[in-house]
Write a protein that binds this ligand. Structure first.
Ligand SMILES: Nc1ncnc2c1ncn2[C@@H]1O[C@H](COP(=O)(O)OP(=O)(O)OP(=O)(O)O)[C@@H](O)[C@H]1O
Length: 376
């Protein structure tokens, strides 16, 4: 049970390169917080500073109200699960899971009870006598999670724990970890979990809140749905969502008292409520963000001369229930996501009219890249 607070956290490696630039973040007691961002954005470095595996250059880490900058990892009340499992190869599963408790000089009966309880939770009771080399990757990772659980830590830290597993196992393990978080809560162990991943599907499905990082800075901290529906800036808009949001250069213009954007030399009207929010920015260059599901054909949305552009189909990916249509207008490439009932049989090189649902448009300042289309 612990709140984790990062105050102006800075990391400079000895080579002099600052990779974490003053991060401020409060992770609430019992919260499942995901750190997500592209490779090299300092997710792991930040997590390792919380764990005590990396020196802190500046700022503070507080766990349960106490500054832990100088505490050894074992004294921080944390348990960490790594991508490579980090199991002892010469020990059985039981011994691996018991190891930390033995070091902490817990009595043997209590250790056995804790290990069995955790093994049952993770359905690995039948593996307790095996050694890591005789198990699959998924089983090893369950043991690594089990080793963390037995210690009943206040804070669980996960560093890309599912990256070495195949796609199907990743899905089942991610469910298991989120269920574990809920089960522990039910049992009164309000475990705070901090989970690092570069996989936005993991981030969206697991996190109570997600902290999106880029180049050592926080871009946005919010619930999965708010990140998707109200991205604070162009970076978050482009990072969260698959296929990625279409981001188009446009200029906000006024014609006959109505506000719209000029795209490919055509004026497209913004619906009135959207127009009112960005009225003060008329004349400015902006990034117009449209999710693939906000672009469609005449069967999937209302297409009018004021929201339609003609494009050339470059590729179609069939997903079963829907298809992703990649098309070009001039040099720009766009993605539309169309439900299979509405799909036309579009072939490479064919021309089609695509409707742009500007009611759902996200609008970002061209220079600052901040979202200027949010209702205040
Ligand atoms: N020991 C080190 N010495 C110097 N630079 C380092 C060290 N470890 C990491 N870095 C640098 O710090 C930056 C952040 O690395 P970090 O591993 O935290 O990123 P990440 O977001 O976890 O990336 P990935 O998703 O690829 O694991 C990178 O530029 C990396 O090269």
């Amino acid at each position: 049970m612990a709140e984790v607070v990062l105050k102006n956290l800075v990391k400079t490696y000895t080579e002099g390169e600052t990779v974490v630039h003053g991060i401020n973040l409060t992770i609430q007691d019992g919260e499942f917080m995901v750190f997500v961002g592209p490779s090299g954005c300092a997710k792991s470095t930040t997590l390792r500073m919380i764990a005590g595996l990396e020196d802190i250059t500046g700022g503070e880490v507080l766990i349960d109200g106490k500054v832990v900058n100088r505490l050894a990892p074992k004294d921080r009340g944390i348990a960490m699960v790594f991508q490579n499992y980090a199991l002892y190869p010469h020990m059985t599963v039981f011994e691996n899971m018991a190891f930390g408790l033995t070091l902490a000089k817990m009595d043997k009966v209590s250790i056995a009870a804790r290990v069995r309880e955790a093994a049952e939770k993770l359905e690995i009771t039948n593996l307790l006598d095996r050694r890591p080399k005789d198990m699959s990757g998924g089983q090893r990772q369950r043991v690594a999670v089990g080793r963390a659980i037995v210690r009943k830590p206040a804070v669980f830290l996960f560093d890309e724990p599912l990256s070495n597993l195949d796609a199907k196992l990743r899905v089942s393990m991610r469910l298991r970890i989120t269920q574990l978080h809920k089960e522990l809560k039910q049992e009164g162990q309000n475990a705070t979990m901090i989970y690092v991943t570069h996989d936005q599907v993991e981030a969206m499905t697991m996190g109570d809140r997600i902290c999106v990082l880029n180049a050592g800075r926080i871009m946005q901290v919010d619930t999965p749905l708010n990140l998707y529906n109200k991205p604070a800036n162009k970076f978050v808009a482009g990072f969260i969502g698959s296929p990625a949001m279409n981001l188009l250069e446009a200029t906000l213009t006024e014609q006959d008292n109505r506000i719209g954007v000029i795209l490919h030399n055509k004026w497209l009207a913004l619906p009135e409520e959207r127009a009112n929010i960005v009225r003060q920015h008329v004349g400015k260059k902006v990034w117009l963000g449209l999710r693939p599901e906000s672009i469609g054909n005449k069967n999937s949305m209302t297409c009018t001369p004021e929201n339609t552009l003609r494009g050339v189909v470059k590729a179609v990916e069939q997903m079963g229930n829907e298809e992703f249509v990649y098309f070009a207008i001039g040099k720009e490439q766009y993605t539309a996501r169309i439900q299979v009932e509405a799909a036309e049989s579009l072939e490479f090189g064919s021309e089609c009219d695509f409707g742009f649902d500007l009611q759902k448009a996200h609008i970002f300042d061209f220079e600052t890249e901040q979202n200027i289309g949010l209702e205040s």
